[in-house]
Design a protein around this ligand. Structure first.
Ligand code: G1P
Length: 276
């Protein structure tokens, strides 16, 4: 519900918050496309219609831009749009948890590996994070999630891996725990919002079991399939910004502005000015 970002998210879905000039959801779709995803399923809900409109044509806007000769802007509003037939929407009518949100897409996903991207985890990297994961998935199969080492006092914010083997880049886990207290967390390796999953998770999600916080947790469903399918966490190359948080979002704006040719110089000047 984007409560950490009120009042901005009172009438606007948090996925539409822009970083520099692009909404978070567009970054997620572009990352998925870069990784080779061909079909995009949005799990939406009440008040999220802006998401559907963002991924459709706006004929009036495009006509005016063309009349004014602003073809670069026509490109900016259309070039990244998946084609008709490549997008599906399903609604989660009650906020019962991330596992439940993913379960809502079960019939659209059917029986193949699929990716889950949580748009408020924004990743700046040379190679799209999901593309790095897809390359690993081709080798190891099963479930592959993006992971980061976090300070122990932060384990209660994340899904945490119970590591069996770790080569410093790829960790194989024998279990997963959702948001454990630091004293009992099996490691400090945490799940970031990028998953490539084996459809076996749907069999567990079908049971609608509640976990941490009384919610149907994706972490628990994945955990229950370990042993049947391999599970690996990839320490991806890149930096993750928590855009569900004010300061994380500000940091992302600076980092992305500094990484872009059209805004880098102005962003550097700005930082120098504020820094004194
Ligand atoms: C969700 C997952 C958690 C994961 C996190 C990544 O939590 O439940 O396992 O580590 O995303 O951002 P949320 O942030 O929705 O509470």
């Amino acid at each position: 519900m984007g409560t950490r970002f009120l009042p901005a998210t009172k009438a606007m879905p948090k996925e539409m918050l822009p970083v520099v000039d692009k909404p978070l959801i567009q970054y997620a779709v572009e990352e998925a496309a870069a990784a080779g995803c061909e079909h995009f399923i949005f799990v939406t809900g009440r008040g999220k219609n802006a998401l559907e409109d963002h991924f459709d044509h706006n004929p009036e806007l495009e006509r005016i831009l063309k009349e004014r000769g602003k073809f670069d802007l026509v490109e900016a509003v259309t070039s990244w749009m998946p084609k008709s037939g490549q997008i599906s929407y399903t609604r989660q009518s009650e906020p019962l948890g991330l596992g439940h949100a993913v379960w809502c897409a079960r019939d659209l996903v059917a029986d193949e590996p699929f990716a889950v991207l949580l748009p408020d985890d924004l990743i700046l990297s040379k190679t799209a994070c999901l593309k790095q994961m897809a390359a690993v998935h081709t080798e190891v199969g099963g479930h592959v999630v993006a992971v980061s080492d976090v300070p122990r006092e932060h384990t209660r914010r994340y899904g945490i891996l119970d590591v069996e083997h770790d080569n410093g880049r790829l960790a194989r886990a024998k279990g997963l725990v959702e948001k454990p207290d630091p004293e009992v967390a099996p490691s400090t390796l945490s799940i970031i919002g990028r998953y490539i999953l084996h459809p076996a998770v749907f069999d567990v999600l079908d049971r609608k079991e509640k976990g941490a916080g009384g919610e149907i947790q994706l972490t628990d469903a994945i955990s229950q399939t370990i042993g049947m399918v391999p599970f690996h966490g990839l320490r991806f190359e890149g930096t993750r910004y928590d855009c569900g948080d004010k300061v994380g979002w500000l940091e992302a704006n600076l980092a992305f502005a500094l990484a872009r040719d059209d805004t880098a110089e102005a962003a550097r000047d700005l930082i120098t000015r504020f820094h004194g």
